[in-house]
Design a protein around this ligand. Structure first.
Ligand code: ME8
Length: 523
């Protein structure tokens, strides 16, 4: 089997989520991006990559300072509490991050200052005066043409004109370099968003304000060029991707080694609302300080709930942990989000369609297949087989191509299609059982006299096949794949990079002689 991992020689894989504003707890929308990133991180580990997966919180800025005040706390107290709550949610959702970064972390403060000083040395920062429509919720200014009916295009709120002294980053100087970068690095922008970004960049770029006077905002990292200013949240936030893997120009050797090992990021996962920051501003900042650019930005669409935008006022922000509690597994929410919504498109979350997918697909199809195979195994396959273990290669035919197609789809961020390929394996296994009818073979109905041996060959092949299905399902269904691996006598699901030739993955003597129910129906 030739389905190994890295083809470009790089064995490290650096993957990030946005860092979230801890002004509220994660909801299914926030969890969506993190779950996707976790799925890809698990998949890459399974391919044998050395993965570094970064997530965290974006703790500075006006918005946070205001929520903290409303709650009668200092901003620091407030974000400390929320950081623990976020970590707890990610733990309960089985998110396998390597570091939870907080923009109040000391090493992050250092990164931000170093990047600003470097960019300033390269002539990209100047002091000016800023006037514009400012949205506190977005933490950004808008020009008149961005407004919708005179209101914030994202929050639909009327905006005030705000004017202040500010330091600017010369984004305008990067137009040509950005356009060249997009042209030379076709993978960087996802196709769905590519033209929109390029067209906007072609229209011309305005320099961006990157500081706030302290009299206006104190909750932030002091601007290293002027102690009367703090750093604007976006400049602060974006550089988290450097801090997370130990960026530090002058700090210790270990950090440097780690940074050089993982940078540039292989993929930044984000929601479509922050495309501009990641696809335009972030590469320009990196160009300014002479760092290599990320290879790719993966952009998810927005989730609604039962057809409505997720919002606090509607009270429809579903707690992702409650879904896991109800189904008693972390698998279902992940499966649903990855399977239901084509990555990149907007999608709708509904509890009823989730239940339907769970009952129809995970319970009726998948769990039933698994149980059926183990029940047959316990019934027809003797523990004393005298080493007489044979496999039916006809079941294997075409599977190599299906596995390759699974990998190809994930590499193209076509997660729904990747899951479809696993369903091809499941339906193949079901048709194989129906065609071979091992229960009839066992009875010797074909008159050849060695019925049990023939049945066992079919069942051993199915057991082996379950090991392969489980390997592909593991990044999506981490909880049941652990259970199934144990039942198959393995320590953990087989890594994709370690899948062997058909018939060599499972030690039949270690397989449990009992049925196994992975998921139970919910009414
Ligand atoms: O923007 N559907 O933080 P944020 C899908 N701190 N994804 C959603 C979603 C929905 N309904 N709601 C939120 C920020 N998201 C900045 C980011 S990064 C350097 C700084 C996800 O808490 C989506 O990924 O507002 C979106 O980009 C992210 O949450 C924004 O989270």
């Amino acid at each position: 089997m030739n389905v190994k991992g890295a083809s470009d020689g790089k064995r490290e894989f650096y993957i990030t989520t946005p860092i979230y504003y801890p002004n509220a707890l994660p909801h299914v929308g926030t969890a969506y991006t993190t779950i996707i990133a976790d799925f890809v991180a698990r998949f890459k580990r399974s391919q044998g990559y050395d993965v570094f997966f970064l997530t965290g919180n974006d703790e500075h800025g006006m918005k946070i300072a205001r929520v903290a005040e409303k709650n009668g706390m200092t901003p620091q107290e407030f974000v400390d509490g929320l950081a623990e709550k976020f970590k707890d949610v990610w733990k309960q959702l089985g998110i396998t991050y390597n570091r939870f970064i907080r923009t109040t972390d000391k090493d992050h403060e250092k990164t931000v200052k170093e990047i600003i000083i470097k960019s300033n040395k390269n002539g990209d920062i100047y002091k000016g005066y800023y006037e514009g429509y400012y949205c506190v919720d977005c933490e950004q200014y808008y020009t008149e043409k961005d407004l919708v009916d005179g209101k914030c295009p994202i929050h639909n709120k009327p905006l005030e004109i705000l004017s202040m002294e500010s330091y600017f980053f010369k984004l305008s100087a990067y137009q040509d370099r950005l356009l060249k970068f997009y042209k030379d690095n076709k993978e960087f922008l996802p196709s769905k968003y590519k033209q929109e970004v390029i067209n906007r960049v072609k229209k011309g770029l305005r320099d961006i304000s990157i500081s706030r006077p302290k009299r206006y905002l104190t909750w932030g990292i002091e601007f290293p060029l002027d102690q009367n200013h703090v750093t604007y949240v976006w400049f602060d936030a974006l550089t988290n991707y450097l801090t997370g893997i130990g960026y530090s120009c002058s700090e210790n050797e270990k950090n440097k080694e780690m940074f050089n090992r993982y940078w540039p990021a292989d993929i930044h996962f984000i929601g479509k609302d922050i495309t501009w920051f990641h696809c335009v501003i972030w590469p320009a900042i990196l160009m300014s300080v002479g760092l290599p650019l990320p290879k790719r930005v993966g952009i998810n669409g927005f989730l609604s709930v039962d057809g409505q935008k997720i919002s606090k006022s509607l009270g429809n922000a579903i707690d992702p942990v409650s879904i896991c509690d109800y189904y008693e597994t972390i698998d279902v929410l992940r499966y649903y989000l990855l399977r239901e919504i084509p990555f990149g498109s907007d999608g709708d979350f509904s509890r009823s369609s989730l239940k339907e997918r769970y009952n129809n697909e995970l319970v009726n199809e998948y769990s039933n297949l698994v149980n059926r195979v183990f029940v047959m195994f316990s019934k027809y396959c003797s523990k004393s087989h005298n080493g007489n273990i044979d496999y039916d290669d006809s079941l294997w035919q075409g599977t190599d191509e299906i596995i390759k197609s699974y990998i190809k789809h994930i590499d193209r961020l076509e997660f729904k299609q990747a899951i479809d390929t696993i369903w091809q394996l499941i339906s193949k296994a079901n048709s194989y059982i129906n065609e071979k009818e091992p229960w009839k073979l066992a009875k010797g109905d074909d008159g050849s006299g060695n019925g049990l041996e023939k049945a066992a060959k079919v069942i051993y092949s199915l057991i082996e096949y379950l090991g392969i299905i489980n390997s592909l399902f593991a990044p999506i269904l981490p909880s049941s794949s652990e259970k199934l691996a144990k039942h198959l006598g393995l320590k953990e699901p087989i890594r994709i990079s370690e899948l062997k030739q058909f018939g060599k993955n499972i030690d039949i003597d270690r397989v449990n002689h009992k049925g196994l129910i992975l998921y139970r129906r919910k009414e």
